[in-house]
Ligand binder design. Structure first.
Ligand code: HEC
Ligand code: HEC
Ligand code: HEC
Length: 150
């Protein structure tokens, strides 16, 4: 009886693990944390974009509508309202440490994503009721300011 329970439990655990999307093994920290740690330049300019306010764009009734929430929050979680850093850069729990962050290869292995068009079109597509097309080259200039090079 006990063995069966344990086997059954292990199976469910393994199944749940196997079904995780690639991102989900890492967890989300929230934009304030990214700002506090290092990225004030990006945070300040991002705060003034529509992404930061994407949750507020939904009316209260739509905030309760599962068909609307997904693209207006980060990682599918209402506790992370709006399109935050980690919606594009991947959940930061394992790449946020300075030693890892400074080494791009290590950071990528720990879940950091350098966003390209494919990371935008998961939301910017015809499933959005307001979609009128998406021009990546133009749109990417508006995500946030960048650290000056050099
Ligand atoms: C998790 C979903 C999601 C992802 C990923 C995403 N966006 Fe968005 N984006 C939105 C939503 C929702 C809005 C509209 C917010 C509003 O109007 O309140 C938006 C708005 C924008 C706007 C503002 C449009 C305007 O009228 O000013 C730009 C530019 C933009 N996105 C570019 C991008 C780019 C570039 C990427 C990829 C690097 C990207 N987005 C990834 C959901 C997303
Ligand atoms: C597939 C992702 C996706 C879904 C699902 C989605 N949205 Fe959006 N939403 C976006 C994106 C991306 C934008 C930016 C404009 C665009 O390209 O549609 C946006 C913009 C908006 C805006 C701002 C429009 C503006 O002119 O600034 C509102 C309001 C909105 N969505 C409401 C909703 C509602 C209500 C639902 C559910 C019925 C919904 N969205 C479902 C991705 C989505
Ligand atoms: C809508 C998607 C999107 C969001 C949201 C977003 N970024 Fe970015 N970020 C990008 C893109 C695209 C690049 C440029 C990638 C490249 O160089 O090819 C980038 C580059 C960066 C870089 C590299 C250094 C630099 O300044 O260019 C840092 C650091 C960064 N983002 C941090 C953040 C932080 C912190 C937040 C939240 C406050 C954030 N990003 C939100 C898309 C996004």
């Amino acid at each position: 009886m006990k063995v069966r329970f344990i086997l059954g439990f292990s199976f469910l655990f393994l199944l749940a693990f196997a079904l995780q999307p690639a991102f989900a093994q890492h967890t989300y920290l929230g934009a304030e944390k990214c700002a506090k740690m290092c990225h004030k330049i990006q945070f300040t300019s991002w705060s003034n974009t529509k992404h930061a306010k994407a949750w507020d764009a939904l009316k209260p009734a739509d905030q309760a509508n599962a068909e609307c929430v997904g693209c207006h929050v980060t990682g599918g979680k209402k506790e992370l309202p709006g399109v935050q850093c980690e919606a594009c850069h991947g959940p930061g729990s394992d790449y946020n440490k300075l030693g890892i962050m400074k080494d791009l290869a290590k950071a990528k292995a720990a879940g950091l994503n350098i966003p390209t068009e494919k990371d935008c079109v998961v939301c910017h597509n015809k499933k959005s009721p307001t979609f009128k097309g998406f021009n990546f080259a133009e749109a990417v200039k508006k995500v946030h300011d960048h650290k000056p090079k050099g």
